[in-house]
Write a protein that binds this ligand. Structure first.
Ligand code: P6P
Length: 337
């Protein structure tokens, strides 16, 4: 009997992917399930945020006398907890933690993946109810199984990622992830508590009409970037315009919108901060992997983000990411200088 499965859940989808790859061990599916579970718990707290006893500063206590953690610390702890007690992850790197955390139990030491994440990017926006998100990146270990993971497992170029994704806590909660097979989006269905496939095989439109950048830093950008931004403002019907400037100040929200509708997101280096603000390993690499798998482009203004050889866990990089034709136009201005 062929049961009509109109909408696949994330678990059904990852299990289907395993059926298509008999050699798959299920570890990656398990890791994605673990991240999805942690995000459901984060989602509950994010949705309650704004209530006084939820948003307390790290170390304060709520009306029940329980220690209230800042939401990004809470999110970090949820992710570390599920990954440490899962079967797929040997260790993690987090925006919230200075160093990697290596899991030293036998099951974890025999797990073949490591995970990096920004547990709650844009958390400064939560006080004003702006969409925020969790960003993650998955690598296959280069260190031997059966031994503790090492820093070399985490300092791999982004082109070695096995999977990458994000959860956006917005008007709805979406889990979007990419593997080499493509990008798929799942919307959390509160009625069953499952992520349901809502955006299969996401492709980034080849061009768009939205550009995202913090204009406040305009005069600190390099000349080519300034010329491109100015050109975006001069667009009219004769040259693919008019363009719209959309900048939420929450990377997950800005890049997600541009991924779906087409557009370009820029966080350039400035004279004060030549490497910009965004972190390579758990912000730029995962989004670069996702957007490239969807047909877009991601660079640091010179080379592919995914080709950067990391040297430090929390290193920053300028980021230009989005629709192919918009990125090619930007590159023309940057090369010209
Ligand atoms: P600025 C949020 O703090 C964040 O890390 C990204 O999510 C966002 O794109 C960026 O910083 C915004 O930075 O300097 O424009 O406020």
């Amino acid at each position: 009997m062929n049961i009509n499965r109109r909408i696949q859940t994330l678990d059904e989808f990852t299990i289907q992917q395993m059926r298509d790859f008999p050699q798959a061990t299920g570890e990656l599916a398990g890791l994605l399930r673990d991240i999805g579970l942690a995000a459901k718990r984060v989602n509950v707290e994010v949705n309650k945020a704004g209530l006084v006893d939820i948003l307390g500063d790290h170390g304060s206590t709520n009306i029940q006398g329980e220690e209230v953690k800042k939401l990004d610390v809470y999110a970090n702890n949820q992710l570390v907890g599920v990954l440490q007690h899962g079967i797929s992850c040997a260790g993690i790197g987090s925006e919230e933690l200075d160093d990697i955390v290596v899991f030293d139990d036998d099951v974890s030491m025999n797990s073949k993946y490591v995970c990096l994440f920004d547990p709650l990017d844009g958390s400064s926006n939560i006080d004003v109810n702006v969409s925020i998100g969790t960003i993650f990146s998955v690598f296959r270990r280069v260190s031997p199984l059966g031994q503790p993971a090492t820093i070399d497992d985490f300092l791999q170029p982004g082109n070695q990622q096995v999977a990458a994704g994000y959860i956006i806590y917005g008007s709805s909660t979406m889990f979007v992830y990419a593997t080499r097979r493509g990008v798929n989006g799942f919307t959390l269905d509160p009625s069953i508590g499952e992520y349901s496939l809502s955006h299969p095989d996401i492709k980034c439109p080849e061009t768009g009409k939205m550009y995202s950048v913090n204009h406040g830093n305009f005069f600190q950008y390099e000349e080519g970037v300034k010329k491109y931004i100015t050109a975006c403002q001069k667009k009219d019907k004769t040259n693919g315009g008019p363009y719209t400037q959309r900048y939420i100040g929450s990377m997950v929200a800005d890049v997600h919108r541009n991924l779906i509708k087409g557009g370009i997101f820029m966080y350039p280096g400035t004279t004060d901060k030549p490497n910009g603000k965004l972190r390579l390993l758990y912000e730029c690499n995962p989004f670069a992997f996702i957007v490239e798998r969807a047909g877009g482009i991601a660079t640091n203004g010179k080379i592919r983000i995914l080709d950067i050889q990391p040297t430090e866990l929390h290193q920053r990089t300028p980021l230009f990411i989005g629709s192919k034709k918009m990125m090619e136009e930007l590159d023309g201005y940057v090369q010209e200088g």
